[in-house]
Design a protein around this ligand. Structure first.
Ligand code: THU
Length: 137
């Protein structure tokens, strides 16, 4: 369960993280903020590249950064964009991998947000179980 104060702090952190975005190609600034079960917030922003496919979304920056810092137990993520845009498909897949139980707050820059979950964003996800049980021949 996420307390109102934590939700407000998380959304504000995601909005603030947009200031760090490196988005010279799209001009679309995205901030993400990840909440761990010990109350830590880890932020991410999108980092674009002249080779467009090398761009990394804010959500995946926050998640991979947190893992590299030795953090797990992700309970919530806030994502902030100018228009309150929803996380992309690749990010949803990474959220399923690392934080399948997360609550997700999708916010605009005024802090108006909707609340959803990783399960709702990516139902019937590929979870790798097929890999573990695959016959190797
Ligand atoms: N972007 C994100 O950071 N997260 C998303 O979930 C959607 C897209 C970024 C990638 C790119 O830098 C810009 O937004 C436009 O696609």
């Amino acid at each position: 369960m996420i307390l109102d104060g934590q939700r407000t702090r998380l959304v504000a952190a995601a909005i603030g993280a947009r200031d760090r975005a490196y988005a010279p190609y799209s001009g679309y600034l995205v901030g993400a903020a990840l909440l761990t079960d010990d109350g830590t917030i880890v932020i991410g922003c999108n980092v674009e590249n002249a080779s467009y496919g090398a761009t990394i979304c804010a959500e995946r920056v926050a998640l991979t950064r947190a893992v590299a810092e030795g953090r797990r137990g992700f309970v919530a993520m806030a994502v902030a964009t100018a228009d309150g845009g929803s996380p992309c498909g690749i990010c949803r897949q990474v959220m399923v991998e690392l934080g399948p139980q997360m609550v997700v707050f999708v916010s605009d820059t005024a802090g108006h947000h909707r609340t959803t979950t990783v399960q709702a964003l990516l139902p019937d996800a590929f979870d790798g179980s097929a890999l573990k049980s695959a016959e190797r021949s």
